[in-house]
Ligand binder design. Sequence first.
Ligand code: F6R
Length: 609
Amino acid sequence: MCGIVGYTGYKDATPILIDGLETLAYRGYDSAGVAVWNGSGIVMRKEKGQLKNLEEILRKEPIFGNSGIGHTRWATHGEPSYINSHPHADVQQKLVLVHNGIIENYLSLKTMLVNNGCRFVSDTDTEVVAQLLGYVYKGDPLSAILTVMRMIEGSFALAILFMDDPHSIYCACKDSPMVVGIGEDGAHVASDIPAMLAYTRDVTFMSDMQVAVLRPNGISFYNEFGQSINKAVIHIDWDIDAAKKGTYEHYMMKEICEEPVAFRKTLEQYVSVKDMRLKSDCFPWNADDVDKLKRIRIIGCGTAYHAGVMGKKYFSELAKLPVEIEIASEFRYSGHCFEEGEQLIVISQSGETADTIAAMRMAKQRGINVTAICNVIGSTIAREADSVLFTYAGPEIAVAATKSYLAQITVLFLTALYLGKLRGALDAKKVSSLLEELSKVPTHIQNLINERERIQFFASKSFASKHVFFIGRGLDYGLAMEAALKLKEISYIHSEAYAAGELKHGTIALIEDGSLVVALVTQRHLSAKIASNIEEVRVRGANVLCITNGYLPDIEGHCNEVWQLESLSEILSPFCAIVPMQLLAYYMAVQRGCSVDKPRNLAKSVTVE
Ligand code: F6R
């Protein structure tokens, strides 16, 4: 999705804006632009395509000045082009602005503005905001912004530079993330924290219908009525390197290699490792709340939804709780009858996914208690949920979620243990033995990462596959869903996940000579059953790769290749088994020459519904 940056201070703005845009590039974009006050006017440079195109123009025609705004655009209204790139100005050039989000009533506003003499140059909904702001502006930027905020419908994050007040950057948002912060040399705004980490770690998250005015020496905040308000400053302890690629060729590989640390950090937040005890004060329910708990509902999108699929199995098995899980974008249309004693768990890495936010708000309106599992402190979901169980994966830049998924299933598992203990479904001995075993998972993951060449070799033989089927039973079916998504989103190979027993009810018709089938067999008690399913595809010509939890004699003779993982309790084995699946997707995509970190048509943070 689009990215916004802005800076006003004592340094040259353009390099700071470009640096911020480069950091936000992971969100996905198809054009970029900047506008800088150069002392006598606001000068714009913008270009279609990659940021390097804009940088090339800026090398030839530099702009110097101490305040400016920048943008990476992910086209929604109007094709990717110079004209449609942000920033956009009003017809009288009183202001320029950049925008994230979608203005739903832009057509009626545009008609009104055209009837009043505005001439439009682009096809974007953003230009409507710029023209409207210019139209209502009578010398008071704050009052004009408040008026416009009331007139536009939809979602927006806006950073605006006014000709009359060029050392200030005005920011406003609704349903679109925006963060501001003040560093030693000036004030910054961005759509996401990593873009300002190099300048400050003390940030403030904007809330809906608020305005921030950035000046070189401070930031003022106003509510929707124009009254001055105070807002909390949050310290972010991610370091700058955590959001940089370092010596890795891709963020995705870096983030897979960070999984042992992400796992350990998350575990240590919820578990006292010296005595292998869950820290009860980290979970938002006491014994009374748990007594009243009747059902858990889980929602999320994409990988977060797949983490929820694993969570459903953990809650059912460990806490003996009924669980419903749903894709967030469908949740609102399901006509739920909520019952007393229901708890909604919302899973989101970014905390900014529009579908998840909308579903969460709907549930909250109906009085349902919401707990978020989220990776980003201060994000919309983290702010609006009744309670948050944070994951400690650190910034995730590659579009494909890897370490955040591992951290999400870790939190879900620990929560299920906690609830299981309070509900009397698990005894203390069982909990501490599972925690003991869990604490060894980072070492097993590290070993898998160290031996990744074998996976690279397999990918070099299989990357030409046209279809890949991931099959599994029980927890392995949940794992298969995530493995299939990882492969298809970055390698563009058609891949599907099937409950192994379901194949023969239709899908097996697709199996032909040379089809690649990846069988996940971490659930030993199901190995004999899945061995039969593997046979069914093998006799129809499939090449079968099997991932097993330790040595499984049932499986050995039935497949073309086996990757045997460290033997673990069945419920824990998926924590390790997901890693070779992520590595397989990565190496297949590299072999096929795909853009691993920024796959086509995808954005990291999906802030539109
Ligand atoms: C896939 C992927 C997406 C996200 C989904 C939800 O690798 O990253 O499917 O999981 O867009 O994003 P969050 O977790 O930020 O709500």
